[in-house]
Write a protein that binds this ligand. Structure first.
Ligand SMILES: [Zn+2]
Length: 399
């Protein structure tokens, strides 16, 4: 099958033919979002919303073992035919192409992607190529992928190649908090690192009249408000939610933070805009040892501190660093396995961040030298905070 023409939302929303008219505000979201204990058992019932009759089910082999039976029984009860597909682990064009080739003559009307961020992103890419609806079932609350209409593609070796966009958002997102609570604490905490960036990046885009979101539009007040509530939720309930998931229990704090990590973070970043925090985070994936060891949200945590340093907001940077250190996110370069004296590595990160287009949503012009200096200052701040707060949470999660 030939690759479909890439969909570029910038052509839709920030079209060159708009002449002198200003860039419009655009808000994007999934069709339906369902979150609660045990909702996976009702997945087939929810699929009636998208009128699915024949669904591909993409999961890792471990996912099929752990949740496959529950999902299959639910779909059988709803008379939805299932074609199981095993996700190999990387959201690469090779992996996507293999599933599309296998499914292209199967006339599936829906692709269900159940798993972590890369499985979800691969499911969106497969569904787009098949012209089918995509239904997302996150099994971790570790990232902002479930609700967005884009995938981050990786090479077969695992380094980030860039984003691919889709005209349709996921039709349905179903988050079973019993499943999320069964996962290791580190995943929920990484999701908090990713989610915390949402507000600071949305705010940077809101205050810079030249900034545009991932779809080439201006941010809405709705997305900025979502980002602000996301950050406030994490400060208020993040610690309690981490304790709940460490004990594999579901309580109100966990439900609240799962929503922040998944729904608020996802639609907040997509319609609110990205800036330096994600630029630095994506740039860290260019260092193989960091990419192989750390989760997206852990890299975003360090990116968020650099972002706040770039904005010259030391009080907020300190407050965020204290929160991150308490829940166990990395707050200095050493905790990402980077020697702060290694100027060659810092150059790679700073230069990489500058190539990430949304870094230029920051209010002041960005240069490699500014980003490099911000990384060093963020490292110094984080190291001081880690010395005060201690690194017991970080060591427990990474141990
Ligand atoms: Zn993210």
């Amino acid at each position: 099958m030939t690759e479909p023409a890439p969909y570029l939302p910038q052509d839709t929303f920030a079209a060159a033919d708009r002449g002198s008219r200003p860039v419009p505000r655009v808000f994007i979201s999934p069709g339906r979002y369902v979150q609660g204990r045990g909702v996976l058992a009702s997945l087939g019932h929810y699929l009636t919303l998208v009128r699915a009759r024949r669904a591909a089910l993409l999961m890792s082999s471990r996912g099929h073992r752990e949740a496959g039976a529950t999902i299959a029984a639910s779909l059988r009860d709803a008379r939805v035919e299932v074609l199981p597909r095993t996700f190999g682990g990387e959201c690469s064009l090779e992996e996507i192409g293999a599933h599309v080739a296998a499914l292209s003559s199967e006339r599936v009307d829906c692709v269900i992607a159940a798993g972590g961020g890369k499985c979800i992103d691969a499911g969106k890419a497969i569904a787009y190529r098949l012209g089918a609806a995509v239904v997302i079932v996150p099994t971790l609350a570790s990232n902002d992928a479930p609700c967005s209409a884009l995938s981050v593609l990786y090479s077969a070796a695992g380094s980030a190649l860039g984003a691919e966009y889709y005209p349709d958002s996921p039709a349905l997102v179903v988050v079973d908090t019993d499943v999320v609570a069964a996962a290791p604490e580190r995943y929920l905490v990484a999701g908090m690192g990713d989610a915390m960036a949402t507000w600071y990046e949305a705010r940077a885009c809101l205050v810079n009249p030249a900034a545009t979101t991932t779809v080439g539009a201006r941010p809405t007040l709705a997305s900025a408000a979502i980002g602000e509530v996301c950050a406030r939720t994490l400060f208020e309930h993040g610690r309690a939610a981490a304790a709940a998931v460490a004990a594999h229990t579901v309580d109100d704090a966990l439900e609240t933070v799962v929503e922040a990590n998944t729904l608020l973070s996802g639609i907040g970043f997509e319609s609110g805009g990205l800036a330096a925090a994600h630029a630095v985070a994506q740039s860290f994936t260019g260092i193989p040892a960091v990419h192989a060891t750390f989760l997206h949200g852990e890299m975003v945590a360090m990116g968020t501190l650099a972002h706040l340093v770039l904005e010259e907001r030391p009080d907020e940077a300190r407050r965020v660093a204290e929160f991150f250190a308490t829940v166990g996110l990395p707050v200095h370069l050493g905790q990402l396995g980077i020697d702060p004296g290694d100027t060659a590595t810092l150059d790679i990160v700073a230069d990489g961040a500058l190539r990430f287009p949304f870094v230029h949503n920051m209010l002041r012009p960005m240069t490699s030298a500014l980003v490099r200096a911000a990384l060093r200052d963020a490292h110094d701040l984080g190291a001081a905070v880690a010395a005060e707060v201690g690194d017991a949470s970080y060591r427990r999660l990474q141990g």
